[in-house]
Design a protein around this ligand. Structure first.
Ligand SMILES: [Cu+2]
Length: 246
């Protein structure tokens, strides 16, 4: 770039015009009169004004586009996170007792309180957890001693679990139960003996629990019956629970 200043002219006007010229990369501009200088200034102000207006518009557009993009990004992120949670808590199969259909939706479902929003007191509480001292997917406490007639509340501390009694693994004549996923359920234990229940989505991972009401009169038959359950993971968990009963 080459800017020539005419030394015959007022030097500060020349300098200013020179800056304007260099600003627009105009080569060889040589202001020669005050008229030219004024014309340059008008052009300069007009162009600067236009540039400012242009950048304001661009900034406005960029802002609205980026906030739209951000909202979209947040929605996608949220959807992905939900998807991962769904995957994590998805059922991975079910366990069937040899020779019989596993029925957790018995017509003789116990009188239970499913109003999860209102916390109702119960004699005992069992948490449904993604992990505990016994490993992944557990009820806590896993083995619970109660008196006949007492209530047990199952609490969905972590999402994706339920509590349902297992057919053939509760005392003769006792009432079965089947709670909804992610819902609190209160069960009244109405007969003496050992009860084995499951989390339906995670029973193949041996997410099972045991309730002993009074004395474990049916323990031997429960042990025999539970041997027929085929777990994919934590295969020894239920027998460990049952062997801990005295
Ligand atoms: Cu579960």
């Amino acid at each position: 770039m080459r800017i020539i200043f005419n030394s015959k002219h007022n030097s500060h006007i020349d300098l200013r015009t020179g800056i304007i010229c260099s600003f627009f990369l105009i080569e060889g501009v040589r202001p020669v009169s005050p008229h030219n200088d004024a014309a340059f200034l008008r052009m300069f102000i007009f162009i600067i004004g236009a540039l400012v207006a242009f950048s304001v518009i661009i900034a406005f557009i960029a802002n609205s586009v980026s906030s739209d993009l951000y909202v979209h990004y947040e929605q996608v992120k949220e959807a992905r996170e939900q998807e991962q949670i769904d995957k994590r808590i998805a059922p991975i199969g079910e366990v069937k007792i040899a020779g019989q259909e596993l029925d957790t939706t018995s017509s003789e479902t116990a009188v239970v309180d499913k109003s999860a929003e209102i916390s109702v007191a119960a004699d005992h509480e069992v948490k449904m957890l993604n992990g505990g001292s016994d490993g992944a997917m557990v009820f806590s406490p896993a083995v619970l001693n109660v008196s006949v007639g007492q209530t047990v509340k199952f609490i969905p501390t972590n999402p994706g679990h339920n509590s349902a009694s297992i057919k053939g693994l509760i005392p003769e004549g006792s009432t079965s139960w089947s709670g909804d996923l992610n819902k609190e359920i209160i069960v009244t234990i109405d007969k003496e003996g050992v009860y084995v229940y499951q989390c339906s989505p995670h029973v193949s991972m041996a997410m099972v629990g045991v309730i002993v009401a009074g004395s474990p009169t049916n323990l031997e038959s429960i042990k025999k019956e539970s041997d027929k359950m085929q777990f994919v993971m934590n295969k020894e968990r239920l027998s460990k629970y049952l062997n801990s009963i005295k």
